[in-house]
Design a protein around this ligand. Structure first.
Ligand code: ATP
Length: 351
């Protein structure tokens, strides 16, 4: 288990503040947050790569051993960056074996062979990094980190520098490696589909602090603040009066919600995917159904975002092009929308 206890890091212009984090052995954990929120600083702190001008306090444990003051090569961790950062003057094989220069650990050729096969890089061993594609470079970087048999592997946006085809290929590879090697993966990512596909739990970082920590489903479906809700794309976030099984927006619009045991809740959040545009479709299973006006339709690449106004409350929903054509709906039209009570998430936010 990797455990971070009350860890803070101070730079002249930034503070990573009071981080407490536990990542279980074998878990795939994601660090998510806006740009400049401190994800890389936290990842590099785990690795022991600190900016020269920083001060830090607190502790980092790996399987109960305090690694806070150990140099990177003695921590039992491996790191892979966005741009594979291979040594240009070394061949692929020399790059992979580079870490052994600083280790007493004996080269395990069986392990090396296993990884080379697993990562599909046998044909690249004598090539130099500048002759490799982005995807191939990332495979080599993974091999270089994994050959030292780390207890956890740290990934700093490993897919973001790749084009979409390579992204899918390396994403699949990461999934398989995690399944087969049973080691801990901690990944910094901006990309939600990557996080949803790969990670089991995660933390949202905001301004150098952890804003929410939990399973990926909790973070995406049950955000604990409007910041997290907005960041993970919930889109429909309303302050509301919340009673046992009903939320009232703007003192008028009544929304059925799951029965709430907790008191003092004052916000609701509904993912846009949970709001259906109904027209004449069957809506028996939806506890909330309203008629509204289509205010705006935005084209967003492969889908369309709809803004529908109901009693001066604006709901956002998505539609594919196929659905849009089938429904024959345009701005200004009257439309029925619906959503399940169970898809309304309630939370408390200090005002
Ligand atoms: N060596 C350094 N000296 C001074 N400031 C730094 C240093 N490294 C990072 N920072 C600052 O710390 C803040 C957090 O940086 P960090 O790279 O951790 O963000 P991030 O969440 O990983 O962002 P991104 O998603 O854009 O990569 C930023 O404001 C950055 O400018």
């Amino acid at each position: 288990m990797l455990k971070v206890v009350e860890f803070s890091l101070t730079l002249s212009n930034f503070l990573l503040q009071n981080i407490n984090l536990e990542v279980q052995e074998g878990e795939f954990f994601a660090l998510i947050g806006p740009t400049g929120s401190g994800k890389t600083l936290l990842l590099e702190s785990l690795m022991g790569v600190f900016p020269s001008n920083c001060q830090f306090k607190g502790n980092i444990f790996l399987n109960k051993k305090n690694i806070t003051y150990l140099p990177p090569e003695k921590r039992g961790l491996g790191i892979v960056y966005q741009h594979a950062a291979l040594f240009p003057h070394l061949t692929v094989k020399e790059n992979i074996l580079f870490g052994f220069r600083y280790k007493k650990q004996k080269k395990n050729l069986k392990e090396l062979d296993f990884l080379i096969q697993k990562l599909g890089i046998a044909h690249l061993l004598n090539r130099f990094p500048n002759t490799l594609s982005g995807g191939e470079r990332q495979r080599v970087a993974l091999a270089r980190a994994l050959v030292l048999r780390p207890k956890a592997i740290l990934l700093d946006e490993p897919l973001s520098a790749l084009d979409p085809n390579f992204q899918e290929e390396i994403r699949e590879l990461l999934k398989n490696l995690h399944k087969d090697l049973n080691i801990t993966f901690i990944m910094v990512s901006h990309n939600f589909s990557e996080v949803l596909y790969l990670a089991e739990r995660g933390a949202i970082i905001r301004n150098g602090q952890i804003e929410q920590i939990g399973t990926i489903s909790q973070i995406f479906n049950h955000p604990n603040s409007s910041f997290v809700a907005d960041f993970v794309g919930v889109k429909n976030i309303f302050s509301a009066q919340i009673k046992k099984d009903v939320a009232i927006i703007n003192n008028t619009l009544k929304i059925k919600i799951p029965i709430q045991k907790q008191k003092f809740l004052n916000y609701i959040a509904i993912r846009p995917e949970a709001i259906f545009l109904l027209n004449n479709r069957n809506n028996n299973h939806l506890e909330n159904c309203f008629t509204g006006i289509v205010k705006k339709i935005f084209r967003k690449g492969f889908y369309f975002e709809f803004i529908i106004e109901v009693d001066s409350v604006e709901f956002k929903s998505f539609l594919t092009k196929k659905d849009l054509i089938e429904m024959i709906v345009k701005e200004g039209d009257k439309i029925k929308i619906g959503f399940r009570a169970k898809d309304v998430h309630c939370f408390y936010e200090k005002l």
